[in-house]
Write a new protein. Structure first.
Length: 343
């Protein structure tokens, strides 16, 4: 029994009603076991932080809320996780909302906004201070799922076989992008070629594409992109900030004691900050390794990015497809970016 529970029991006994304390003690000691499928493969940096997440939830609940963690695809193929959690096959997943944007347009903007917030703290502030969390929950509720919280971190880079020093240089070139980034980059004149992540290395090597989005700097280094693309373009304007999501089956979530719901929220926000800080340090180290491979780092001019952001607004609005919730999400984000002087 924890010290908190001892105090509860003592208080109840002091008032001559140990029975009054019993429900609180029982709730604190309730054992719950969930299964969660991660978005990433075992051994990757993000997966290691998911291990920290489930450990923190257990710690905050005296070990009584246990989440068994599985790597991407270990329970079901990644593209089936959304439906599997909704059906109750397992209780929780880590996902990227953009994967389901075709079904729920708002998800295009709760995952990343091409040319959007350049700083992850700005994106996270939209979630926690300006109602973004409630809007994400409204979107997931339509599918019988509960959005717990985001993990927000920085950019994904562009890897290129050819030297491009401005956004205008990308027009007419063949680039691999997916989701909302594909739509926005297409509107800017890029000849977009969607393809699976696993195909990017070979496509660059064979010259089927000129440049590509793939993953974060470290993941791309480990995949060997420095061998086939000798330029990295930063900031990653197609994905300047990123949010992945902790999502649970709604019925399973609602059945949790309030203490356990709070533990999920606290652990999620802690992991968001700690992963983001880890990636900042990790990026400085991996950029040195790219330079050892004679990869040139090109940084786009801030005014070029800002000018193109203003153009991208029309692409964002078009991507809402007239959906009311998606429109409310985008309008709120645009209002915040305007107040920050980004638009």
């Amino acid at each position: 029994m924890t010290e908190v529970n001892r105090r509860r029991l003592l208080v109840g006994t002091a008032f001559g009603g140990a029975a009054l304390a019993a429900p609180a003690v029982a709730q604190a000691q309730e054992t719950v076991e969930w299964r969660m499928q991660a978005l990433w493969d075992a051994g990757t940096t993000p997966y290691e932080f998911e291990k920290k997440f489930v450990d923190r939830v257990a710690e905050l609940t005296d070990g009584n809320f246990k989440i068994n963690l599985f790597s991407a695809g270990q329970l079901v193929p990644a593209n089936q996780a959304f439906d599997a959690v909704r059906a109750g096959a397992f209780e929780m997943m880590k996902t990227f909302d953009g994967y389901e944007a075709g079904k729920i347009p708002a998800f295009a903007f709760t995952s990343t906004i091409p040319f959007g917030f350049p700083d992850p703290d700005q994106y996270e502030a939209w979630f926690y201070e300006l109602g973004g969390l409630d809007l994400a929950r409204e979107a997931y509720a339509k599918a019988g799922l509960f959005y717990i919280a985001p993990t927000v971190y920085g950019e994904e880079p562009v890897h290129s076989k050819i030297k491009m020093e401005s956004i205008a240089d990308m027009a007419g070139k063949k680039g691999r992008f997916v989701g909302l980034a594909a739509a926005v980059m297409g509107d800017l004149g890029v000849a977009v070629t969607p393809m699976a992540t696993a195909e990017v290395y070979t496509a660059l090597e064979k010259g089927l594409i000129d440049f590509a989005d793939r993953g974060d700097l470290t993941a791309n280094y480990e995949a060997g992109l420095g061998e086939v693309a000798k330029y990295i373009i930063l900031p990653g304007v197609h994905q300047p900030t990123t949010a992945t999501s902790y999502v649970a089956n709604q019925a399973a979530y609602q059945s949790l004691p309030d203490d356990y719901k709070a533990a999920l929220a606290v652990a999620a926000r802690e992991i968001s900050g700690s992963l983001r800080q880890h990636i900042i340090v990790q990026n400085t180290e991996v950029l040195k390794k790219y330079k050892e491979q004679e990869v040139e780092i090109i940084r786009l001019d801030e005014s070029d990015v800002a000018t193109t952001r203003a153009k991208a607004v029309e692409s964002w609005k078009k991507a809402t497809k007239g959906d009311d919730l998606a429109t409310r999400v985008v309008d709120g984000q645009i209002e915040f970016m305007t107040s920050l002087g980004l638009i």
